[in-house]
Design a protein around this ligand. Structure first.
Ligand code: ADP
Ligand code: MG
Length: 250
């Protein structure tokens, strides 16, 4: 009688240990990226809370301005929560939402969240939204994260450009299949075409303080929606990052 050897995995098993180590590294990098992503809204919340207190502590409290500051705190708090939810979804701890949505609204929400960064960097914003888009099915917060990531990359790519030549364009359109296309274009540095396949790899970055996770996360989100995300150079300069999401089938 032949005995069947049970397959045993122990922590000494090299492939498994390596896989675990790789996963721990990815988790560590994700944690660092998460810290970075929520640090910004947290700092903004503290600033707004301090402003709110100053408006209230005046001899004649300025309730209007205090209310505006409190509203900024609420908005930034939601944003930080959404980022955490987005990362948790990617790690598989919470199920992505699947709801019917209009990508024009997702674009508008994302633009609202980066509007301050756009202004701070002296970037001109052009929105070109197709008026009659079909609904798509997806997770609005994840898709919002994709747009925020692409917009941030675009803003960062224009840092060395004279201010009047910095332009970020967000366009929605129908592609030839009748699916929804969203394109984020900039007039920035562009990228070396030979690097194109690597841009979407995790931890690929050309920035001194970059994490190299943004495009990788964007692509996983778009692909989990059955779409695709790609990059192309733009004339005379800059780049376009665009993705498609299938229309909700009737
Ligand atoms: N809009 C853009 N213009 C030029 N290069 C870009 C743009 N977006 C991304 N890249 C390139 O892709 C790399 C990876 O981007 P990303 O995954 O978002 O990571 P990070 O922004 O942390 O570097 C960037 O370091 C940059 O070289
Ligand atoms: Mg990035």
């Amino acid at each position: 009688m032949s005995s069947i050897e049970p397959i045993r995995y122990t922590v000494d098993d090299p492939p498994r240990t390596r896989a675990l180590a790789a996963r721990l590294t990815v988790m560590g990098e994700l944690a660092a990226s998460l810290a970075h992503e929520i640090n910004q809204p947290l700092a903004a919340m503290v600033t707004s809370a301090e402003a709110c207190l100053r408006w209230l502590e005046r001899e004649r409290p300025d309730v209007d301005n205090a209310r505006k500051a409190a509203q900024r705190i609420v908005r930034d708090g939601h944003h930080a929560g959404n980022v955490i939810r987005g990362i948790r979804t990617l790690l598989g701890r919470s199920t992505p939402q699947r709801e019917s949505l209009q990508l024009n609204n997702t674009v508008a929400d994302a633009v609202d969240l980066v509007r301050e960064e756009i202004m701070q960097h002296g970037v001109g914003l052009v929105l070109d939204l197709h008026e009659d888009l079909p609904a798509v099915t997806g997770d609005p917060i994840q898709l919002q994260q994709v747009l925020i990531n692409l917009a941030r990359n675009g803003i960062e790519s224009m840092a060395d450009r004279p201010q009047h030549l910095r332009s970020l364009e967000v366009r929605t359109a129908l592609d030839t299949e009748g699916d929804v296309l969203v394109a984020v274009s900039d007039t920035g540095s562009g990228f070396d075409p030979t690097l194109m396949p690597r841009l979407f790899e995790p931890f690929f970055t050309t920035k001194s303080t970059g994490m190299g996770l943004g495009l990788w996360i964007c692509r996983s989100i778009v692909e989990s929606h059955g779409g695709s995300l790609w990059a192309s150079p733009r004339e005379p300069r800059g780049s376009t990052f665009q993705f498609t999401i299938a229309r909700t089938s009737a």
